[in-house]
Design a binder for this molecule. Structure first.
Ligand SMILES: [Zn+2]
Length: 201
């Protein structure tokens, strides 16, 4: 173990920061040092914001999003298209779609994917309420915005079966050449999927 260069309070701060995505031990040290230097402008306000987030954060009882109120801001937004329900694996995926302003529908966050190998079954995900929502909210289209992984596709097939009695239109994301992508740089799976889902000019 590396020799300690700071007291236990600062070491703890660094250890916690190092658990954040994108921050290794080195970046965590730099971040900690910056926080300690900017005690008034940064450390204080950050500590307060974290305290407030800790007290206020809730999981939306409708869609599974994380927000400071339940129902969440998106579920309360009356201007959204209620006929479109976008199923995503995680809150991070929901945020990504919102950042891209991809679609002004509503969401259903699964909280993961089915994964027999990891022992994750339907009861471990936010799946039970999905057919209810589709029926009660008058959903006309369910978009399965799940990852193009084996587990993501397993989950998609499970949902298609789950919703089949409801006769709702189910769509999935196109898999293909990314915008600005060069064919030579694509992996074989992406290239094969792009050929399979080709469209007419
Ligand atoms: Zn919600």
């Amino acid at each position: 173990m590396a020799e300690r260069i700071a007291g236990p309070e600062i070491e703890r701060l660094i250890q916690l920061l190092a658990r954040l995505p994108g921050l290794g031990p080195r970046s965590a040290r730099r971040a900690a040092l910056q926080l300690l230097r900017k005690r008034e402008e940064l450390l204080g306000p950050l500590a307060e914001a974290m305290q407030v987030a800790r007290e206020k954060i809730v999981v939306c009882s409708i869609c599974g999003n994380v927000d400071s109120r339940d129902p969440c801001t998106i579920c309360r937004d009356e201007s959204r298209n209620r006929k479109v329900l976008v199923v995503v694996e995680t809150v991070a995926d929901l945020w990504a779609l919102e950042r891209a302003k991809a679609i002004a529908g509503r969401y259903h966050v699964l909280g993961g994917t089915l994964s027999p190998l990891d022992g994750i079954g339907p009861d471990d995900l936010n799946l039970a309420r999905l057919p209810e929502r589709v029926a009660d909210e008058g959903t006309e289209e369910v978009i399965l915005a799940v990852n193009a992984t084996v587990d993501g596709q397993t989950t998609a097939h499970y949902i298609i079966d789950l919703l089949s009695p409801l006769r709702v239109k189910i769509t999935r994301l196109a898999h293909g050449v990314p915008v600005g992508g060069e064919l030579d740089y694509l992996d074989e799976g992406t290239l094969a999927a792009a050929i399979r889902s080709r469209t007419e000019f």
